[in-house]
Design a protein around this ligand. Structure first.
Ligand code: BDP
Length: 698
């Protein structure tokens, strides 16, 4: 009996050992299913690798580490090996079909193929570069971590997009703009002498999901990063990232020639300014030969830019592009611009950038946020997508949850990403979704030095999703979530299915307890945490919530049809038609485009007021159910991560109710309608919510 208890205790410790989350989705836990374990072991006994580059060494090390963890074997290197890591030139004796396939995989695509040599099955992981092989190794390990059949593999995987980047909004003092997971990973004070293990693990995690570029610094840029001592530090990081196929990029402060170079101007047409940038760029490439280029926020929210000198965004971007072109570097010029003079902030990016289509140099991409305003829980796609046929565009998604519950709400963002990517722009007719208009992807990173990298254990899934989706835009949110859950927690279906359900609904619930029916930007001033629909104290109208919802006794919402700001005219006719008529506009976007009466009949048949109450209440109830759902899964998760999620869900549930009560009470002052019967009454009165002064330390 004692012995039984001991074995049971051992088993429990084995399956639920404390975990910090540091390993992310690269946990490589021992395979518990004996049958699957044996199947893997019968195929995997050794490996061979052709070449000695640091990247191949990293691939080998990862393979050994992964298989040691999952199969509990130390994988010997033999020739021939049961796994073969090789480029086409090492495959001379191999069938031509493999070589022909590899002609199509480019520099990053890979194949994983079961082949037979000497009547023995072998697994070939190949690609045209060492980086491609590294991607193949990570994919192979993912197959095993997610318990896929590896008996007869024939995988070809080619990234659909060449630029798959993280954008860190990290300041040089290591604070992170809109960061909810600690301080920056970049330890500027210790660099370049000291590059900690975390930098390597960051690179591994990115390579495992195909991310091939990282912008190290905040878009609200500091010119100091372009000085020689800092560039030495950047080089130390770039040297690590290169091994994992990751290019390093920096944000360029447009006024750097003045701040660092003592010039009188940063006018992009001034020859001295142009010469300064050229010299600066040349010196960066001396240190970092594969430097990726610059990301620039200009003439936006107080950042300097070419318009300060009467020049256009194209003049500014092209000046930098010219300096970078000889080195194959690129400029990612952000389209996030708005000013207080614009009658509708929605329209400004399009108005400034559309006329510049075709005027940018070949190595400039315009980076556009997914929606026209600013990373709201739900936005229609930015009208720039599909409107700039002569300019490569990059998608900017925000992984860090500035407007999505920040560090405490469980929100899986892939459904948001998919919704935008799948929206049809009708550029040149039907069937041109936003995804087809893109030349690259950027995710504003949600990573900091918290033990588990992202703060909320589930926030890791958004980093994961950005990588996987930018590699393959055909992947569904569900497929990505499944992969992530299995690797991050367990492959047990009794856990995977309910957690999948939670994740897949989480974003819609958040929309409905924060900003249902197309409400926008009704968060607190500045830090954007919590509800403040009454906010009307900031100097600029377009910083105030009341500007966005326009609630009055007649109704609520922003009229962007032809009788209003006519922002809808920025879309193709077919898109416009979807939204223009109040009776056919989808409920989810109604208040984005219409000032609708409180009695307006929604597609559900409810009045607008009743629908608003319904959405706020049901979403809050759903979060409470999610909380219970998680509690029922305790036995599948280690105690640390279980408790952490449990505590965060408690915050989320109480904050959903806070959002619900504060918003409904406030909007009721305009609708003057009662709450429909049967709903939980608000916990406090409106004054209570208005008097909550939420101060955050970040
Ligand atoms: C807004 C953020 C601000 C960023 C800005 C940007 O509130 O901190 O600097 O976007 O994207 O969402 O430049």
């Amino acid at each position: 009996m004692k012995r039984f208890a001991f074995v049971l205790a051992m088993l429990c410790t084995a399956c639920c050992q404390a975990e910090t989350g540091y390993e992310l989705w690269l946990r490589y836990q021992p395979i518990a299913n004996a049958q699957y374990l044996n199947a893997c072991k019968s195929l995997i006994r050794s490996y061979e690798v052709h070449g000695t580059s640091p990247t191949l060494q990293a691939a080998s090390a990862e393979l050994e580490r992964g298989l040691k963890g999952m199969l509990r074997i130390s994988l010997p290197r033999t020739n021939p090996g049961s796994i073969i890591l090789a480029k086409p030139e090492h495959l001379l004796s191999f069938p031509n079909t493999i070589k022909t396939t590899l002609q199509k995989t480019g520099t990053e695509g890979f194949i994983i193929k079961t082949i037979s040599i000497d009547n023995k099955k072998r697994i070939l992981i190949s690609g045209n570069t060492d980086q491609a092989i590294l991607y193949g190794v990570f994919h192979f390990l993912r197959l095993i971590q997610t318990a896929q059949n590896i008996h007869s593999l024939d995988i070809i995987s080619i990234p659909r997009s060449a630029l798959r980047l993280l954008n860190h909004w990290d300041n040089l003092n290591r604070t992170i703009e809109r960061g909810y997971a600690g301080f920056s990973l970049w330890q500027w004070n210790n660099l370049p002498a000291c590059v900690d293990q975390r930098i390597i693990d960051y690179a591994r995690a990115n390579a495992s999901i195909g991310i091939n570029g990282t912008v190290l610094t905040n878009v609200n840029a500091n010119a100091l990063i372009l000085t020689d001592p800092f560039l030495q530090k950047v080089k130390a990081l770039a040297d690590v990232f290169r091994v994992y196929g990751i290019k390093t990029y920096l944000t360029a402060r447009f006024s750097a020639p003045i701040e660092n170079g003592n010039l009188k101007t940063a006018d992009p047409l001034d020859p001295a300014v142009r010469a300064w940038w050229k010299k600066k760029v040349d010196s960066i490439y001396q240190l970092i030969p594969d430097f990726g280029g610059f990301l620039v926020k200009a003439n936006s929210e107080g950042q300097p830019g070419p318009q300060d000198y009467g020049r256009t965004h194209a003049d500014g971007a092209n000046m930098l592009a010219e300096a970078l072109a000889p080195h194959n570097g690129i400029v990612m010029w952000r389209a996030f611009v708005y000013s207080h003079t614009s009658e509708d902030r929605f329209k400004q990016a399009y108005e400034e950038f559309k006329p510049l289509d075709g005027k940018f140099n070949a190595n400039v991409l315009v980076q556009v946020k997914n929606g026209p305003i600013d990373f709201q829980p739900r936005e229609p796609f930015s009208p720039l997508f599909g409107s700039m046929p002569g300019t490569p565009l990059m998608m900017e998604f925000q992984l860090t949850q500035e407007y999505l519950g920040q560090g405490t709400h469980l929100v899986y963002e892939a459904p948001l990403f998919r919704e935008v990517l799948d929206a049809d722009t009708y550029a040149n007719g039907k069937g041109n979704p936003v995804s087809s208009t893109l030349s690259g992807f950027a995710g504003v990173a949600n990573i900091g030095n918290d033990l588990n990298w992202c703060g909320h254990p589930f926030a890791q899934s958004n980093w994961y999703a950005l990588g996987r989706l930018s590699w393959d835009q055909q992947l569904s949110s569900e497929e990505i979530a499944r992969e992530w859950i299995k690797q991050t927690f367990t492959t047990t279906p009794a856990f995977v299915e309910p957690v999948l359900d939670m994740m897949m609904h989480s974003r819609e619930w958040l929309v409905n307890y924060m900003t249902p029916l197309g409400l926008t930007h009704i968060m607190y001033n500045d830090h954007h945490y919590g509800p403040m629909p009454w906010g009307n104290s900031l100097g600029r109208p377009d910083w105030n919530p009341v500007y966005y919802h326009k609630a009055d006794s007649a109704g609520i919402g922003f009229n962007r049809t032809s009788s209003g700001s006519n922002a809808l005219s920025q879309y193709a006719a077919q898109v416009r038609q979807q939204f223009e008529q109040i009776d056919t506009c989808p409920d989810d976007y109604l208040l984005w485009f219409h000032h609708a009466s409180w009695d307006h009949t929604m597609q559900s048949g409810r009045s607008l007021w009743n629908e608003l109450c319904y959405r706020y209440h049901t979403a809050t109830d759903s979060v409470r159910q999610m909380q219970q759902q998680w509690k029922s899964l305790r036995r599948f998760v280690d105690p640390e991560r279980f408790r952490h999620v449990e505590q965060l869900l408690a915050i989320q549930a109480s904050e959903a109710a806070w959002w619900r009560d504060a918003c409904l009470l406030y909007f009721q002052t305009f609708s003057r309608k009662p709450f429909p019967a049967g709903y939980e009454p608000p916990a406090h009165d409106l004054e209570y919510y208005k008097n909550l002064h939420i101060r955050l330390t970040y």
